[in-house]
Design a protein around this ligand. Structure first.
Ligand SMILES: *Cc1c(COP(=O)(O)O)cnc(C)c1O
Length: 371
């Protein structure tokens, strides 16, 4: 039996010889960080590649999320989703903002817009939705609600890269969007992140905030943080950009292969591409319905693990179930029924550029054999 270890993700690494010229140049220039030439070049290149007006690079996605809330002066209560990576809600906590969890839609795993209005109070200042697995939220519906109530919208777009809706970049919806370029994401700069904004004044404020609040040598306008991307990260980003289209194309083929092989297994469901959406295939979640499949998600997870296949139960537990948040009224058991159910059924299967068809065959046959 083939027992090679298969991990849920594996960072794409361009050929090393492509990276050494950048390193040589950085060494020679002795300019390591603070808006260096690779930092500037990556901002320009990403704006073009992603089809956005302004981008501010960050040292990671979490510091970008925290800073996005600072930049927009969000306070009070923010409506968000329990079904995400924990950093989404941690960013609110670090800003002393009360998270208000709203349930998700079964079809997309994203916040359910029809349940947002009921969660709005006089203290609500913003909505922080997540494009979960890179599937775009109902951005038009969310905008209508935000406009009607005068709320800011900040998207956690950490799972997206190059995703479009009817040809429009998903990053252009909302007041700000936050990206992550962590090693486990589709596009990586080792660690890294960014805030997308839509005008120069906002970009400038964000750029100040990630550099201690400095606007010039002697003027500090806000209690900013240090969240700057360094030159080595930025150079990695420039190099990765040369490969990203091929990486996403490979992921698409893998997703299609999974769907083809999984479709005859009763009790297993997965997402299809949404109409009009160009996806980035950052994850491949399946749902395991215990009644139809005959076994639980955790059984499948353990069985795969025994055979050296490491899936991840993203997103279980829900953020609302962690000790920091479970005391909140909106986190009480039974209040988020769809999220609670999906968190028990979901398993993200391995998907990354180094995965081959044989590995998918092996993974699917374990899932099939388990029944
Ligand atoms: C990865 C991720 C983050 C955090 O990004 P880092 O770069 O790891 O700090 C935030 N939100 C979501 C949804 C993520 O997947």
């Amino acid at each position: 039996m083939d027992n090679n270890i298969i991990t849920v993700t594996s960072p794409f690494l361009p050929p090393l010889e492509g990276f050494t010229p950048y390193l040589q140049d950085i060494w020679e220039s002795r300019w390591l960080t603070n808006n260096g030439k690779y930092h500037q070049a990556l901002e320009t290149a990403l704006c073009k590649h992603l089809g956005v007006r302004c981008i501010s690079l960050f040292s990671n996605g979490t510091s970008a999320l925290v800073s996005a809330l600072q930049a927009t002066r969000i306070t009070g209560e923010v409506i968000t989703t329990p079904y995400s990576f924990v950093a989404t809600t941690h960013a609110l906590w670090w800003n002393n903002i009360k998270p208000v969890f709203v349930d998700i839609e079964a079809g997309t795993f994203n916040i359910d817009p029809s349940k947002i209005e009921a969660a709005i109070t006089p203290k609500t200042t913003a909505i922080l939705p997540v494009h979960v697995y890179g599937n775009p939220c109902q951005v038009h519906r969310i905008k209508e609600i935000a406009d009607a109530y005068g709320l800011t919208v900040i998207y956690d777009a950490c799972h997206t890269f190059g995703v479009t809706i009817e040809g429009l970049p998903v990053l252009n919806f909302g007041d700000l969007s936050v990206m992550s370029f962590h090693a486990t994401k589709v596009y990586n700069t080792f660690e890294g992140g960014a805030i997308i904004s839509h005008d120069e004044a906002t970009k400038k404020r964000i750029d100040n905030l990630k550099n201690f609040g400095f606007v010039n040598e002697t003027t500090v306008v806000a209690p900013g943080i240090n969240a700057k991307m360094n030159e080595v990260q930025a150079a990695m980003g420039l190099l990765q950009l040369k490969y990203i289209d091929r990486v996403i194309e490979k992921r698409k083929v893998l997703a299609e292969t999974y769907r083809e092989k999984l479709k005859t297994i009763p009790g297993i469901t997965y997402l299809e591409d949404l109409p009009g959406v160009k996806h980035c295939y950052s994850y491949f979640p399946i749902l395991i319905n215990k009644d139809t499949y005959g076994d639980t998600r955790d059984d499948v997870y353990e069985q795969l693990k025994k055979q050296n296949v490491f899936g991840r139960r993203y997103f279980y537990p829900l953020i609302s179930q962690f000790p920091t948040y479970r005391g909140l009224e909106s986190a009480q058991p039974g209040k988020l029924p769809v999220a609670e159910k999906l968190a028990e059924e979901v398993l993200c299967l391995p998907i990354h550029p180094y995965l081959d068809n044989e590995s998918i065959t092996r993974i699917v046959s374990i899932i099939r054999g388990k029944r």
